[in-house]
Ligand binder design. Structure first.
Ligand SMILES: N[C@@H](CCC(=O)N[C@@H](CS)C(=O)NCC(=O)O)C(=O)O
Length: 218
């Protein structure tokens, strides 16, 4: 499977991350997103007229939109990372996948303005980003009260992977994560998953760091 990829793109990282967690090899084709704007050149527009990355090519199949690509990879590996059969879980899963696009627009937008000097109303993007983070914090707090570590259950799903990168990189858009303890616990759980990989700005949980929530051996 070929992934048209940019190392600093959180949307591409979602795909690299899930592929690594699943043990699915990817053939990475680096795209000069910035400053080259290669994603707007004819070769890539032929694959994705929307002019965005990631793009996944698997034989004759060309997939765009990170959530769809995550679903494809997860379905190929037996569906453990999908929502399952319960109607409520399917719907909540879809809700979080849709929510992840709000994170892309608000937190990702603020990051592009701050880091790459794209044009945009930074204050408005940050306001929308903070509103989304508060919503996520409240949901994860309720999940924790019910003994669930992740967005829809106690095991991770592609909804967690879809939301994680832009949240983790919110500080790149000058949006601190200090006010959100449930989000930070959730991010720690994701960063500790076997097969977790890093991207610039998102680090693997340090292997030697003690887990503050682990039982202390007697
Ligand atoms: N909805 C798309 C958004 C992906 C996205 O925002 N990609 C960025 C790179 S991180 C991009 O290609 N932006 C260029 C554009 O949208 O014009 C997805 O989830 O795949």
């Amino acid at each position: 499977m070929i992934l048209y990829d940019y190392i600093l793109s959180p949307s591409c990282y979602k795909v690299r991350l899930l592929a690594s967690l699943l043990g699915a090899p990817l053939d990475l084709r680096p795209v000069d997103f910035h400053p080259g704007r290669e994603h707007k050149a004819a070769e890539l527009l032929a694959l994705n007229p929307a002019g965005s990355i990631p793009i996944l090519v698997d034989g004759d199949l060309v997939l765009t939109e990170s959530a769809a690509i995550l679903a494809y990879l997860a379905a190929q590996k037996g569906g453990y990372w999908l929502a399952g059969d319960a109607p409520a879980a399917i719907a909540r899963h879809q809700q979080w996948l849709d929510f992840s696009h709000r994170l892309t627009q608000a937190l990702g937008g603020a990051r592009l303005v701050e880091m790459l000097h794209f044009e945009g109303d930074l204050a408005a993007l940050q306001t929308r980003g903070v509103a989304a983070l508060r919503e996520l914090e409240a949901a994860l707090f309720v999940q924790r009260l019910g003994g669930q570590s992740y967005l829809i259950r106690d095991t991770p799903s592609i909804a967690d992977i879809a939301c994680f990168p832009y949240v983790a990189l919110a500080p790149d858009g000058s949006i601190p994560l200090d006010p959100y303890p449930s989000i930070r616990i959730w991010m720690r759980a994701i960063r500790a998953l076997p097969g977790f990989i890093e991207m610039p700005g998102i680090h693997r949980r340090h292997d030697l760091a003690p887990d503050p929530f682990a039982e202390v051996p007697s």
